[in-house]
Design a protein around this ligand. Structure first.
Ligand code: ATP
Ligand code: MG
Ligand code: MG
Ligand code: MG
Length: 479
C-alpha cells in the first residue's frame, strides 16, 4: 500500500479506496467501542480523522497511541459524518512507529503559550501554529525567487565571510581561527590578524549589497537572498542576530524606479500568500482573534486576511523625510504630549513611535519615506542637490515599522570618496568597490527586505523569534 499525504487525500476525496497514511497523533478520544484519532503529517493544517473500531484491535497497541506518537494507518476512505473534513479513514491496520510517553511529552493537546513553545523550539514545529508559519515561510521564499526570475533578475550568491567593514556599525561577528584567549599580538598590543586564517580581519556579512552592486554593474539586475548576521545587542521583537535578507540591485534604476519595484515586490509576495496559503492564513487569523479577545476595540488590529488584501489593493503613501517631520511636529499623538524632541530639530532619525504614528494613525497605509538627512544614512547613498539629504528610501509597514531599507547609490567617484573620508571609511582598501565608479559608472539602486519582517506581517505573529525555525538572539543559540 503506497502512502498518501493527508493534504492530497483530503483534496482527492476518493471514498471507498484503501490508503496508507503516516503522521503524528494530535489527539485521541473515544470509548471502549470506538476511538477517534486526529492525525497530522505536516502537509496541511488539517488533521485527518482516523476511526478505530476498538474490538478489532489489540488493546496494548491502542494504549501506545497517545498525543505525539508516530503511527502508520491502513484503512478505507469513508465519507465523514461530522462537520469539518469531507473524508476520514476507517482503520483496518495500525502500526505504532514511535511512542511518545504521555508523562514526558511536552506538547499536550491544550493551548501552549508562544513563550513556552520557544523553550521547546525543537518540538514547536509539531504545533498547528508553527507548522502553518513555516509552510507560509516556504511559500514566501518561493515567491521571492518566482518574482525576480519572472523579471529576468539573476540570483547572486554573495559571501558570508567578508573582509570589508564597510557598513561598520559595530554589529559584526568576528570570524577567526586564532586562539581567543591568547592571540598573536602586534608590537602595539593589538591582535595580529596577519596570522589569522585569511591573513586579515574577517567578519560575518551584515549585508550583501556592496558585492551585489558589482553584480548589477555587469549583469544589470541581480538579487541576493541569504543569511545576514548582526550582533544586535538589544532584545527586541523585530531584531535577530541571524536573519535572511533579500537584496535586489539594479543598474539604470533611479530612486523612483526603486520605489516602484519595491512596492510591486511586496504586493507580489502578499498576493502569493493569499493565493497559495489560505488555509494556513485562516488558521492564523482565527488564532490572532482569540489572542486579541480581551483587548479594547481601538487596540485590536485589523483582521489578518483583510489587512493583507487592504495593503494589496492600495497605493503606498510616498513622502520625503522633511514632509514627514513637518507632519509629526504638527501632530498630537495623544492628549498628553507632542513628539517633543522633533520640535527642535530637523535631522534626527525617526524613532519607531514616529514611524508607527505615520503608518498606523496618520495614513493607515504602508509609507515610503525618501530623502533622509545624509548624516543618519550610509556613505554609499546618492547625495541630493540640496547638499543635505541623500536618496535613501525606507518602507514602513503597519505593525512592523521598517520593512525595507534602500537607496539610489552614489555613482560619482569623487563625491563617494569624499563622503567616505568624512565618515572615516578606509577608501584605500576598497578599490574593489570603487572600480565600478571608476570604469563605466551609471545610475543604480537597490534595497534590502528583511525576510522575517515580511513574515511577521504576512502571518500576523508578534515576535520575530516565532517566524524563523531556529532563532538566534543574545544569549540564545542552544542548538
Ligand atoms: P532597523 O532600523 O530596524 O534596525 P536597519 O535600518 O538597521 O533596521 P537595514 O540595514 O536598512 O536595517 O537592513 C535592511 C532590512 O533588513 C531592514 O529594513 C529590516 O527589514 C531588516 N533587518 C535589519 N536588521 C535586522 C535584524 N537584526 N533582524 C531582522 N531583520 C533585520
Ligand atoms: Mg538596525
Ligand atoms: Mg533603520
Ligand atoms: Mg534601514
Amino acid at each position: 500500500q503506497k502512502r498518501i499525504k493527508i493534504k492530497k487525500l483530503l483534496i482527492s476525496n476518493e471514498v471507498g479506496s484503501e490508503v496508507n497514511v503516516k503522521g503524528w497523533v494530535r489527539t485521541k478520544r473515544g470509548n471502549k467501542q470506538i476511538n477517534f484519532i486526529a492525525l497530522n503529517d505536516g502537509s496541511t493544517i488539517n488533521n485527518l480523522q482516523i476511526v478505530v473500531d476498538v474490538p478489532n484491535f489489540n488493546e496494548d497497541l491502542l494504549k501506545k497511541i497517545s498525543t505525539g506518537a508516530a503511527i502508520s494507518v491502513v484503512g478505507e476512505v469513508i465519507a465523514s459524518q461530522g462537520s469539518g473534513q469531507s473524508v476520514e479513514i476507517s482503520a483496518t491496520k495500525i502500526e505504532v512507529l514511535g511512542v511518545a510517553d504521555p508523562e514526558k511529552y511536552p506538547l499536550q493537546p491544550k493551548k501552549h503559550s508562544l513563550e513556552f513553545l520557544r523553550e521547546k523550539a525543537h518540538l514547536r514545529f509539531r504545533t498547528s501554529t508553527f507548522s502553518a508559519v513555516f509552510r507560509i515561510r516556504h511559500a514566501m521564499a518561493f515567491a521571492v525567487h518566482e518574482f525576480f526570475n519572472k523579471k529576468g533578475f539573476f540570483y547572486m550568491h554573495t559571501p558570508l565571510i567578508t573582509g570589508s567593514d564597510a557598513e561598520g556599525a559595530g554589529e559584526m561577528f568576528r570570524v577567526s581561527t586564532l586562539d581567543a584567549k591568547n592571540p598573536p599580538l602586534n608590537e602595539d598590543g593589538s591582535i595580529n590578524y596577519k596570522e589569522d586564517f585569511f591573513g586579515k580581519e574577517t567578519n560575518l556579512t551584515v549585508s550583501g549589497q556592496l558585492e551585489g552592486e558589482l553584480g548589477a554593474m555587469a549583469l544589470g539586475e541581480i538579487y541576493t537572498f541569504g543569511p545576514t548576521f548582526r550582533a544586535e545587542n538589544s532584545n527586541t521583537t523585530r531584531h535577530l542576530a541571524e536573519f535572511w535578507m533579500i537584496e535586489p540591485e539594479m543598474a539604470f534604476y533611479d530612486i523612483t524606479d526603486n520605489m516602484d519595484l519595491a512596492e510591486e515586490f511586496l504586493k507580489y509576495m502578499i498576493k502569493y500568500a493569499l493565493d497559495n496559503c489560505m488555509e494556513d492564513l485562516e488558521f492564523l487569523s482565527k488564532r490572532l482573534k482569540e489572542e486579541e479577545k480581551g483587548k479594547k476595540a481601538d487596540e485590536q488590529s485589523m483582521e489578518l486576511i483583510e489587512k493583507l488584501k487592504f495593503v494589496l489593493e492600495n497605493d503606498f503613501v510616498r513622502l520625503t523625510y522633511t514632509e514627514a517631520i513637518d507632519i509629526l511636529r504638527n501632530s498630537q499623538p495623544n492628549k498628553k504630549k507632542k513628539f517633543q524632541y522633533l520640535i527642535d530639530g530637523w535631522g534626527a532619525d525617526l524613532q519607531s513611535e514616529h514611524e508607527r504614528y505615520l503608518v498606523e494613525k496618520k495614513f493607515m497605509k504602508p509609507v515610503i519615506l525618501i530623502d533622509y538627512p545624509k548624516e543618519i544614512k550610509s556613505f554609499y547613498m546618492k547625495q541630493n542637490e540640496d547638499g543635505k539629504t541623500v536618496a535613501a528610501m525606507d518602507i514602513l509597514f503597519p505593525g512592523i515599522g521598517e520593512i525595507i531599507g534602500g537607496s539610489q547609490r552614489e555613482e560619482d567617484l569623487d563625491k563617494l570618496v569624499t563622503r567616505m573620508k568624512e565618515m572615516g571609511i578606509p577608501a584605500e582598501d576598497m578599490d574593489w568597490y570603487l572600480d565600478t565608479r571608476r570604469f563605466g559608472t551609471a545610475t543604480h539602486s537597490g534595497f534590502g527586505l528583511g525576510f522575517e519582517r515580511m513574515m511577521l506581517f504576512v502571518t500576523g505573529m508578534g515576535n520575530i523569534r516565532d517566524v524563523i525555525p531556529f532563532p538566534r538572539t543574545p544569549k540564545n543559540a542552544e542548538f
